[in-house]
Ligand binder design. Structure first.
Ligand SMILES: Cc1ncc(COP(=O)(O)O)c(C=O)c1O
Length: 404
């Protein structure tokens, strides 16, 4: 029988990451020594407390269906985390535990978006926001966060993006891919704009909150503007700060009617999250915070060496990321040149492809994140890998020459 895809999936754009990832795999399979800085995945082990707790949960037979919205012990740990770390107070019914932060977004959009509803997605953005919005019939509206604004969302840009069809604003700071953060005064300015538009929900994706550098504090929008808390969903999860991406545990706190509707969606999708993973997540949230701080310090040291190396490369301009574990250098000075291997560099996709072919380093073109010409480099890699990657990129960039 012919396969006919559902209309909601037709026309979904292919992320610009796919070609580069496929080629990197092929080169590796052919024996090339490829260094990948393309992944957004911590290179640290999960906390031993989490592993132990998951094992113990299995041994004591904690293997029945969980409550859809989350195990009481994990909800209690999440409530304590939001209270002590973010200044946010939630009742257990206002918390939803999902299969990763990603499912929180999926649930939220599925529960609220009607065809044609608009979702403001500040660019650069994590690829999943516009894709999930489109799957639900929504229309992503990009709000550019310019290099000159430190990749922060300016109140004027937000105001200009709002229309009568706007249903959501997505805020992701510290940001993937730019590493930008928004501090209290920045969020206060956005809150002013949101007060003028009372129908808009806000998804505050704070999954990188603990990975801020130089002692810069993270601020949660719902704590900065408590009068808006009845329309803010604060998303977080175990994948980044706790190095637990494979456990698939994310969570959110938000207004009761919305969390109820999101839980309803989840009930029909997954019936909740693996009980053993939830036990592990609860233990990790209660484990010594120094471990998270130690990982953050390692990321910060790597950031410093990566950014210093990039800034030494002619034609490359690199803003200092204040959070997350990515650098997002601009390539405007290289566009129009030709690589040493004869490949024209007309875009960040061209740059990524040529870099992979000629220097065997995989990075993600900025086109995937809605802001070009940039590339995203992850520094969730060892010092040795980072140093070698920087040497290779440096040689590649030095070999790029003007045409004619
Ligand atoms: C900004 C952002 N939000 C959410 C997620 C989702 O994480 P997970 O579904 O693994 O919890 C990611 C993962 O890459 C991310 O970068």
């Amino acid at each position: 029988m012919d396969f006919s895809m559902a209309a909601r999936l037709r026309g979904l754009p292919q992320p610009a990451t796919i070609a580069v990832a496929q080629r990197a795999r092929a080169l590796k399979a052919a024996g090339a020594d490829v260094i990948s800085l393309a992944l957004g995945e911590p290179d640290f082990p999960s906390p031993p407390e989490a592993v132990e707790a998951a094992y113990e949960a299995g041994k004591r037979g904690d293997t029945r269906y969980p409550p859809v919205g989350g195990q009481p012990a994990l909800k209690a740990a999440v409530i304590a985390k939001f209270r002590t770390q973010n200044g946010l107070d939630f009742a257990p019914e206002q918390i939803l535990v999902a299969n990763g932060g990603k499912q929180i977004i999926f649930n939220a959009f599925m529960a609220t978006l009607d065809p044609g509803d608009e979702v403001i997605v500040p660019a650069p953005y994590w690829v999943s926001y516009p894709l999930i919005a489109r799957m639900m019939g929504g229309v992503p509206v990009e709000a550019p966060c310019r290099d000159a604004d430190g990749f922060r969302l300016s109140p004027d840009v937000l105001r200009a993006a709002i229309t009568p069809r706007t249903k959501w604003l997505v805020l992701n700071f510290p940001n993937n891919p730019s590493g930008a953060i928004m501090e209290r005064p920045d969020l206060e300015a956005l809150a002013e704009v949101l007060r003028e538009a009372p129908r808009i929900w806000v998804l505050a994706d704070e999954i990188y909150e603990h990975l801020t550098f130089g002692g810069r504090p993270h601020a949660s929008l719902a704590a900065v503007a408590p009068d808006l808390a009845d329309r803010i969903v604060t998303l977080n999860g175990m994948a980044k700060a706790y190095a637990m991406p494979g456990w698939r545990v994310g969570f959110a706190g938000g207004p009761l009617p919305l969390i109820r509707a999101m839980t309803e969606v989840q009930s029909n999708a997954t019936s909740g999250v693996c009980t053993l993973a939830q036990a592990g997540a609860a233990a990790a949230l209660g484990s010594p915070f120094e471990r998270v701080a130690a990982m953050r310090d390692v990321y910060q040291a790597r950031r410093d060496r990566v950014v210093a190396a990039l800034r030494d490369m002619p034609g490359v301009a690199c803003a200092m990321p204040d959070g997350a574990f990515y650098a997002y250098p601009g390539l405007a000075g290289l566009i129009g040149k030709v690589s040493a291997g004869g490949r024209p560099i007309g875009s960040d996709l061209d740059f990524s492809e040529a870099l992979l072919e000629e220097a065997h380093v995989a990075v993600v073109p900025g086109a995937a994140f809605g802001l070009s010409p940039h590339v995203r480099l992850s520094f969730a890699a060892s010092d040795a890998q980072l140093d070698e990657a920087m040497r290779r990129i440096g040689r590649f960039v030095a070999g790029c020459a003007a045409t004619g």
